[in-house]
Design a protein around this ligand. Structure first.
Ligand code: NAG
Ligand code: NAG
Ligand code: NAG
Length: 508
């Protein structure tokens, strides 16, 4: 059902975009046939004539991050000093994606401002390929190769004529721009330091060989954020497969919090059909805002964790930091180069700052009787040294079977410090599955004698992802619980801690 909706959205976006693009194709002087001949010339015909470079390079300034005032075109060394290009500091090339409007989107100046905020002396260059991006999607996708070649010529010129060290070059590409970065990196004579792909585009690129898309070969280090990879019939706006050294899938790479359909409808109500495409872009564009967040909030990095699947992560199994299993999201990522791409996962808040705190809860439900599996709705409140997080929903994806240990992922938006106490509550009203109804009825029969209730939690083992601390909690009073009841858990006494410690460490 949901995937059908998303397919419709994709198709609608494609058709909305086709309207203005149709008129562009005829009028545009950069027809693809002419561009292909350039492609065939290759590097052997490399001359000082840069007239064929149609892509524009605009050095933005910290004081006016939204204005194009100074262009640095390859071959024109005078522009470097005229634009106050700093030859000793980092250079970022910000590369946009496919465009429906033919204009820069508002995130560009936000990203430029955030880069300058973080790296005061940097050169932030906005790569302008709007003409070639303002086409039917397949044409724009094909154009990414040509734009990549233009950027490669810019990079080669910078290295050969200006002696600019390529380790200081960081390409940041969004959507189609991520693949432009890849082509730029692979066509340049030497490798640039880093490419960041922000939700690289999926259609046309998914499943193609490494030379035909962004890949780890394109720079010394390639990191990627995937935020809109919800696929249906193989169609996903963001690419689903890992394409870098580190590939992070915030919130599983789909369904970003704050980008719900209601938000989309509100956006359409206030902005019409353009509001619609804005709303659909929310999840795609979230990758950019996560990156901006990492630039602006260096002290509060979001952590991502390596995991074999979204499902395992959602059950809390992957909160380990051993052997580079965890990493920072965004700008401050540790440059770990694994032989195989590492899929990493994280949860986020709905707005900036996006950071959350991850916990794994391992709970052993015990029962005297061989009862059927149940699906209780459990809410948890966490109380810590710095703050509280109350009424969090424990996401029960699998039915609870008695005398088994179940693992859960729980996240808090606030830093609660060291966890001191937990309160569990079995919500009686919100669960209507037949087994829990039966359960409620049986607990009514048992009247006011909760000791008759036979589901109990004696111990909870907790692992905090951000601090990597492990703790064991014991029930404070009675471990038994039934619908509409609360149970309090506190840190176990020393004896408990020791006896359980053996058990916990054995798991590794
Ligand atoms: C250029 O950048 C370096 C740091 O990379 C800085 O020390 C220097 O002051 C900058 N020069 C100018 C003219 O801003
Ligand atoms: C519990 O009941 C199930 C069938 O409902 C049965 O397969 C299982 O062997 C029983 N387990 C015990 C320990 O009695
Ligand atoms: C669960 O374990 C307890 C204690 O070991 C035992 O008494 C009880 O029969 C078990 N329940 C089931 C359903 O196997």
């Amino acid at each position: 059902m949901k995937s059908e909706v998303s397919l419709c959205l994709v198709l609608l976006v494609l058709s909305v975009a086709a309207l203005p693009a149709a008129s562009m194709v005829k009028g545009s002087p950069s027809s693809t046939a002419a561009d292909n001949s350039l492609h065939l010339e290759g590097k052997n015909f490399y001359t000082e004539d840069f007239n064929s470079v149609l892509t524009k390079f605009s050095l933005r300034s910290p004081s006016a991050p939204e204005e194009d005032v100074c262009y640095i075109n390859p071959g024109n060394a005078d522009a470097l000093s005229a634009c106050s290009f700093n030859l000793t500091s980092k250079t970022f090339l910000v590369i946009h994606g496919w465009t429906v409007s033919g204009m820069f989107e508002s995130w560009i100046s936000k990203l430029v401002a955030a880069l300058y905020e973080r790296e005061h002396d940097a050169n932030v260059i906005v790569v302008d390929w709007l003409n070639r991006a303002h086409q039917h999607y397949p044409v724009a996708a094909e154009n990414t190769k040509l734009v990549g070649q233009d950027i490669a010529r810019f990079i080669d010129w910078m290295e050969e004529k200006v002696n600019f060290p390529l380790d200081n070059v960081h390409l940041i590409g969004y959507s189609l721009g991520a693949h432009v970065s890849g082509f730029a990196g692979s066509h340049a004579s030497n490798k640039v330091g880093r490419i960041t792909g922000l939700d690289p585009a999926g259609p046309v690129f998914e499943g193609t060989h490494a030379q035909g898309r962004l890949s780890p070969d394109d720079a010394h280090f390639v990191d990627v954020l995937h935020t809109f990879t919800r696929g249906s019939l193989g169609l996903s706006i963001g690419i689903q497969q890992p394409v870098g050294h580190v590939d992070i899938y915030p919130n599983g790479g789909s369904f970003q919090p704050g980008c719900n359909l209601r938000g989309a409808l509100e956006n359409i109500a206030s902005h019409g059909i353009f509001g619609f495409s804005e709303a659909v872009k929310c999840e795609h564009e979230r990758s950019i805002h996560l990156f901006i967040d990492s630039l602006l909030h260096e002290q509060q990095p979001s952590m991502a964790y390596r995991c074999s699947s979204k499902e395992m992560f959602d059950r809390g199994f992957c909160l380990s930091c051993r052997k580079n299993r965890c990493n920072n999201v965004g700008y401050d990522v540790n440059q770990v180069r694994n032989r195989r791409s590492a899929r990493m996962y994280t949860r986020t808040r709905a707005a900036m700052p996006f950071r959350v705190y991850h916990y794994q809860l391992k709970i052993h439900f015990s029962s005297k009787f061989n009862r059927s599996e149940i699906e209780p709705t459990l809410t948890v409140s966490l109380y810590g040294t710095k703050g509280d997080a109350e009424n969090l929903n424990l996401n029960i994806r699998h039915k609870i079977s008695p005398n088994k240990t179940h693992s859960f992922l729980l996240v808090t938006e606030v830093d609660i410090g060291d966890l001191l106490m937990m309160q569990f509550r079995w919500e009686a009203s919100s669960s209507w599955s037949s087994s829990s109804l039966l359960n409620m009825v049986s607990s009514w029969w048992s009247d006011e004698t909760p000791s008759n209730s036979d589901l109990a939690i004696h111990k909870i083992r907790v692992k905090a992802g951000e601090s990597q601390k492990k703790m064991v909690f014991c029930s404070k009073d009675s471990p038994e619980f039934a619908p509409a009841q609360e149970v309090i858990f506190v840190r176990c006494q020393d004896g408990w801690d020791k006896s359980s410690k053996r058990h916990v460490t054995k798991k590794h």
